[in-house]
Design a protein around this ligand. Structure first.
Ligand code: MG
Length: 174
């Protein structure tokens, strides 16, 4: 656990509860939680890299990722392994240095490779059967933030990260 340098996240079912609204004009709406945005800030404070791999292309996902300035976003990769391999190569990491959080069957091939696979509380039973840790919180309600906090805690960095977060807020000009 102490060696984890990159946390890869699925989007639908993790950053959302899996549902989305679709208007008659095709416009799509998703409900994200600010809690997961805080999770991104915590990860940055811990020097933990974050990447998203979503199986289903969605402009709403793209927009949210841009807002949070997430650099590595694969939006519409049903087979997630090529994206996973590209990230591994980009950051020169071993499988053991990577964690992945997901909720359904298409996440399993990557989950079987990474050092720390994490399921959300609402994950499919087939996913829960192969993972090391299940969040208490469901996707769309801060499950991603919980996973980040758990990794930080396991690395013994909680105090350091809380201090950095506090300084960031106090020094903010916004
Ligand atoms: Mg999913």
């Amino acid at each position: 656990m102490t060696q984890i340098k990159l946390l890869i996240s699925d989007v639908d079912g993790v950053w959302t509860d899996g549902t989305f609204y679709k208007g008659s004009d095709g416009m799509e709406f998703k409900r994200f939680t600010v809690l997961d945005g805080v999770g991104i800030a915590m990860a940055r404070a811990a020097d933990l890299k974050i990447a998203l791999i979503s199986g289903r292309y969605s402009p709403a996902t793209e927009h949210r990722a841009k807002e949070l300035k997430i650099e590595d976003v694969y939006n519409g990769s049903l087979n997630k392994l090529p994206a996973y391999e590209a990230l591994k190569e980009k950051y020169n990491l071993d499988d053991s240095e990577i964690a992945y959080i997901g909720d359904d069957l298409i996440d399993i091939p990557v989950m079987e490779k990474v050092g720390v696979p994490i399921a959300v509380a609402n994950a499919a039973p087939e996913v829960k059967a192969i993972i090391k840790y299940t969040t208490k919180i469901s996707g769309g309600y801060g499950a991603f933030r919980e996973a980040v906090a758990w990794i930080i805690e396991e690395k013994g960095e909680t105090d350091m990260v809380m201090q950095r977060m506090k300084e960031k807020v106090l020094n903010s000009q916004e």
